[in-house]
Design a protein around this ligand. Structure first.
Ligand SMILES: Cc1ncc(COP(=O)(O)O)c(C=O)c1O
Length: 375
């Protein structure tokens, strides 16, 4: 018989696995880790992805999900039920706020938003039913950096869990669990998969019981990831280290150039010495500052549109972290659902443009941005 020894895991594009007889079925239920039953419950490709990300995050296990949103949902459900209350950093991806405001509220899970400056003094926000704080390592879209060790101490002192969205940082910059967080989650759609061709998420826990709970929520709510998407994400993950290095290098060069450009009113990038959390970002990010930055153009829609039209290397595509650069417009996309007052308070104004700096030659990106701004 021909021996088939693929170097990499093939795509197990099957929704279900065969059993020879009832003995085999019983052996599965005795030891579910020994074989596969049904792809929603587990599949070699999604397991390979979960294992690889769990290793990068230093976790006790977790679940890969069909989107980052599903990972946020699973993480909150891992600790909360109807009647519970959560705290959420006010600087958060708009989709996370929308999930909390419009859907989890219907399940009886209420939320209070905590301004960035008050994150290390949570007591005034805590209720008897408060279970956790949700925060981002590096916030979307203003790139504020949270001190995760301090946050974990603050949360645990008040009996709360800390759930961290580590999407912008990646585990190469920061491993939230090592700093005391209870769950680290990602939109795998972004840096972990890295090529703008996958929608996926992951939630990894420090505690094996919570890891098992995350997997159960994934299975029962049907949040788990397909074999093909898992396979693509595994492939992307193999170059994460190389990509992140280049993203960071290019973003630093872009941030420095833009901070000197007269058409740019402000650059938000943790790698600039003027950034309010620059020292923390350096320490918590292993000297890397990420590939995302935001800039403030004049608060004039036409100026923003002109910049978008003129740039050839930063197409307006409302996602981030692909190998190819892109830009997004928080006011019109990710943070659209916020009230005008919330948008103003967070600094999400007409002139705010978010850049996802790719891994193209840096000089080409700089030249493109310069000609787009000079127009
Ligand atoms: C920081 C952050 N978390 C979570 C998400 C949601 O991820 P997904 O779009 O994969 O559901 C996003 C999406 O942009 C994000 O930027």
């Amino acid at each position: 018989m021909t021996s088939i020894n693929p170097k990499i895991t093939p795509i197990y594009q099957t929704s279900v696995f065969k059993f020879q007889d009832l003995d085999e079925l019983e052996s599965y239920f005795q030891d579910p880790g020994s074989r596969y039953l049904y792809s929603r419950n587990g599949n070699p490709n999604s397991d390979e992805l979960a294992t690889a990300i769990n290793a990068l995050e230093g976790g006790a296990g977790g679940v890969v999900t069909a989107s980052g949103m599903a990972a946020i949902f699973a993480s909150i459900l891992a600790y909360c039920q109807g009647g519970d209350h959560v705290l959420c950093a006010a600087d958060i991806y708009g989709g996370s706020a929308a999930l909390l405001n419009t859907e989890l509220s219907r399940l009886g899970i209420t939320v209070t938003y905590v301004p960035f400056e008050q994150l290390y003094d949570l007591r005034p926000f805590v209720q008897p039913t408060t279970r956790l704080l949700l925060a981002e390592t590096i916030s979307n879209p203003l790139l504020r950096v949270a001190d995760l060790r301090r946050l974990a101490t603050e949360c645990h002192g008040l009996g709360l869990k800390l759930v961290v969205d580590n999407t912008f940082a990646t585990p190469l910059l920061t491993q939230p669990l090592a700093l005391g967080a209870d769950i680290s989650l990602h939109s795998v759609t972004k840096y972990l998969a890295g090529h703008s061709d996958v929608t996926a998420g992951v939630a990894v826990a420090a505690d094996p019981e919570i890891a098992a709970r995350l997997r159960q929520i994934g299975v029962f709510y049907g949040l788990t990831l397909s074999p093909m998407e898992s396979w693509l994400a595994v492939r992307g993950l193999k170059t994460l280290r190389l990509r992140v290095r280049e993203h960071c290098h290019n973003a630093q060069a872009v941030a420095e150039m833009l901070s000197r450009h007269p058409a740019v009113r402000e650059v938000y990038y943790p790698g600039l010495p003027t950034h309010a959390q620059h020292a923390l970002a350096r320490e918590q990010g292993q000297g890397l500052f990420g590939g995302m930055l935001s800039i403030l153009l004049p608060d004039d829609q036409e100026a923003v549109s002109r910049f978008m039209r003129r740039s050839q290397r930063f197409p307006f595509a409302p996602s981030l972290a692909g190998v190819d650069s892109s830009l997004s417009y928080p006011l019109g996309t990710s943070h659209r659902a916020l009230t005008a007052e919330q948008q103003r308070e967070l600094g999400i104004t007409v002139g705010l443009v978010r850049l996802s700096v790719g891994i193209e030659p840096a000089e080409e990106l700089l030249a493109d941005l310069q000609q787009a701004l000079n127009g």
